[in-house]
Structures are given as C-alpha cells and as structure tokens.
Design a protein around this ligand. Structure first.
Ligand code: GDD
Length: 377
C-alpha cells in the first residue's frame, strides 16, 4: 500500500498561533486531511514549541518554522522549501495564501500545486503592477481557489485563460459541532449582561470590520431598546479609536470589550448575543474588502440572526431575510435600522434558519471533501 506520509506540503505565513480568518481557514483544511499526511512550512511567531508539538500530537502534522517572521518568495525561501520537497516528496503543494507566496510555484517541482485566495488578492488583481504578478501566480500553480463569486470575478480579471478556467471554489467551512447553540446564561451573568439585549461582534478590531459604526449607531438603537448592549470579542489596533468614540458619546456602560478569547470559549461568547453584527465596509477605493467573513457563518451556526456589511464577498455569508441582513457599512442610519429590525424580528426563528443554512451549506466536511479531491485527483 502506498504510504500517506506527508503527502501534502503547505507553505504559508498563516498557521498561528496568531488568530485570523486565513489561519482559521488553513487549520480547518489541515485538520481534515489524513493523519500524518501534512507537513507545514511556515514563519516564526515567537516560541511556538508547545503549539507546534500539539499539532504533531493531535493531527500528526509536522510543522517546520523558517527563520523569518514573514515568508516571502525569495531565493533563500525557495531553496529551503526545495530541501523539504527533496526529503518528503509530497504529492501536493498548497500555498496558504496565493499572493505573494505562490510566485514560488514555478520554481518548485511537485505533481500538483494549489494556491488559496482570500480577500487581499482582490487588490493584487486590481493594482498595476501587482495585477501582472497575480497573472504570474495563476500561471505558477495548477489551481487557484476562490471564496465566492465576488472574489472570483475580481481575482480572475488579470489571469490567463487557462488559470481562469482552472479556478475552483474552496471556501472555509464551519465546524457545526463546535459552533452550535449552547446555554451561555452563566457567562451572560458573569459579564453583567443578564438583563441586556446583547449585540455581539467577533473579529479583529480594525477599521474594515465597522465596529466604530456599531458604536455610532448605538444611541439610535437605545431609544427604542434601552437595554441594548454591545459586546466586542477580539483585539486590534482600532481599540483606542473605539474607546474615544465611546467616551465622546458617554456610552461606557453600554459597551463591553472581552479582548481575545480562547477558541474553546468562542461559541459561548457568541451565544451570549441575541443578535450578531459586523457591518464591514470596503476601504481604499474598493481595494480592501471582506473576502467572505467566517464570523458571520460561525454566528449563524450558533443560531443568531446576523447583520453584515456589504463589503466584497461578505454578502455571500448571509441569506438576506432568512438568516439576517446586509447593510451599507458606511451608513449609520441604515445600520441602526438593521439592528433594530433584527432585535424586533422573531429571533428564534431566524436563528434556527441560520443554523439550518450553516449546516446544509457551510459545514466543513463539504469543503474539506472538495479540497481532498482537489489535492488527490
Ligand atoms: N479564538 C478567537 N478569539 N478567534 C477569533 C477572535 C478571538 O478573539 N477574533 C476573531 N477570531 C476568529 C474568528 O472566530 C474567525 O474564525 C476568524 O478569527 C476571523 O475570520 P474572518 O471573519 O473570515 O475575518 P479575517 O479578516 O480575519 O479573514 C480574511 O480571510 C478570510 C478567509 O479567507 C478576510 O478576507 C475574510 O473575509 C475571509 O473570510
């Protein structure tokens, strides 16, 4: 029988311990490949000894750390990856994010080469001369994957005819056994939110995610829902700006920040919410967009109505009217009206519909099976 050992090599900057959408996506794929079939070549992120050992113990994944904090397609990194390929002889090579790492693809000899695209490849595809590099990336691998129709339409523009027709949709799925409705009443109590109508928002605190607009919309919501409360889960550089906005409006007692929470606790924190909201907006003239927004799907799987912004591929993560609403992420009035609408809707029915939709359309196994076929065919 053919050995399955290290059949797939991932080359990626995004393997953690740092958290983010690309990391969540890559982890989800890696965890679902056969045990002891994956080797990961990634960047330095401090002392990762225990973290990397856990991947080996739990999933048989061998993690190799380059000496640099950010992997770039330089001759040195190409030579280092070549050495790994020489020893391990993988059948498939997967770039965790296509731009720019997959530029290496041309110089690496592996039977099947795949590069995963996210939201940031949209600007690579749009801005000269990066669009020419995006074309090169497409020609350096067998398949580029895409998240949904929006990102495909943008990323495919500079690609060659062959690369365009070889694009395959691989989206991040949701582990619907982990993200599910759970009783969070104790945590609600511990957070002092027992009597509140909680609007939860999970994500890095950065301008694109629109947490500032939630703060600005809150006074309007409080007029008809005096118990409304914003619960922000996540960390980021925008925290200071948010603190100032909150202080300027004297909203301190209506907003709670939890900071980063452990993955094991995330479901409970989401379930503290009555509704979920993250009104993402595109920035820099449409160059910085939401690729999809895994958090919307995690919230739906937890049975919460979802308010999303209309940035990039984010609308793909909501079935409007059924699982939630999509609003203009730059329009405070529209966001406030959307929040009020979701607070006043039959939240249970919408949450149940969201859960059903997440399980039927977005369960990890659906996308993992497609990915396994892609690397194995
Ligand atoms: N444990 C933990 N704790 N997880 C967190 C926290 C936290 O405090 N904050 C965010 N996360 C997790 C979310 O649960 C989610 O799984 C992920 O980090 C965030 O993913 P996205 O909502 O997709 O946003 P992103 O901007 O980081 O990701 C980018 O790539 C994704 C995958 O291609 C964007 O382009 C997304 O639109 C895209 O879906």
């Amino acid at each position: 029988m053919q050995s399955k050992r290290f059949a797939t090599l991932f080359v990626t900057n995004d393997f953690g311990p740092r958290a983010g959408g690309i990391e969540t996506f890559i982890h989800g794929l890696v965890e679902r490949l056969p045990q002891e079939s994956v080797i990961v070549y990634t960047s330095q992120q401090g002392d990762t000894t225990a973290y990397d050992a856990k991947w080996l113990a739990d999933f048989g994944v061998k993690v190799i750390r380059d000496k640099s904090k950010m992997l770039l397609p330089t001759p040195r990194v190409i030579m280092a990856v070549r050495s790994v390929i020489k020893v391990e002889q993988p059948k498939a090579l997967v770039f965790g994010a296509a731009a720019p790492l997959a530029l290496m693809g041309k110089f690496l000899n592996v039977p099947r080469k795949i590069a995963i695209t996210h939201g940031h490849e949209v600007w690579w595809a749009k801005v000269p001369p990066f669009n020419l590099l995006m074309r090169l990336i497409g020609n350096s691998v067998d398949h580029l994957t895409y998240l949904g129709e929006y990102t495909k339409s943008q990323i495919s523009k500079p690609l060659s005819k062959r690369a365009k027709s070889a694009m395959i949709q691989i989206a991040p799925g949701i582990d619907t056994q982990i993200f599910k409705p759970v009783d969070a009443s104790k945590l609600r109590l511990d957070l002092g939110l027992a009597e509140k109508e909680v609007i939860v928002s999970v994500g890095r605190l950065v301008p694109r995610k629109g947490q500032d607009e939630l703060v600005k919309a809150l006074p309007q919501v409080l007029k008809s829902h005096p118990n409304a409360h914003l619960l922000f889960v996540g960390t980021g550089s925008y925290k200071k700006v948010l603190d100032n906005l909150i202080a300027d409006r004297s909203l301190q007692k209506y907003v709670t920040f939890t900071g980063r929470v452990q993955y094991e606790d995330l479901t409970k924190y989401i379930c503290v919410g009555d509704i979920f909201a993250m009104p993402s907006r595109s920035r820099l003239g449409g160059l910085e967009v939401e690729g999809l927004g895994i958090v919307y799907l995690e919230a739906s799987a937890c049975g919460l109505p979802v308010l999303a912004g209309d940035s990039g591929g984010a609308p793909d993560a909501v079935a409007p009217g059924l699982t939630g609403l999509v609003v203009n992420g730059r329009d405070t009035n529209e966001i406030a009206a959307g929040l009020i609408k979701l607070l006043e809707t039959d939240r249970k029915a919408m949450g149940q519909a969201g859960r059903k939709w997440a399980v039927a359309q977005w369960d990890w196994q659906i996308w993992a099976n497609k990915f396994i076929k892609l690397i194995g065919d």
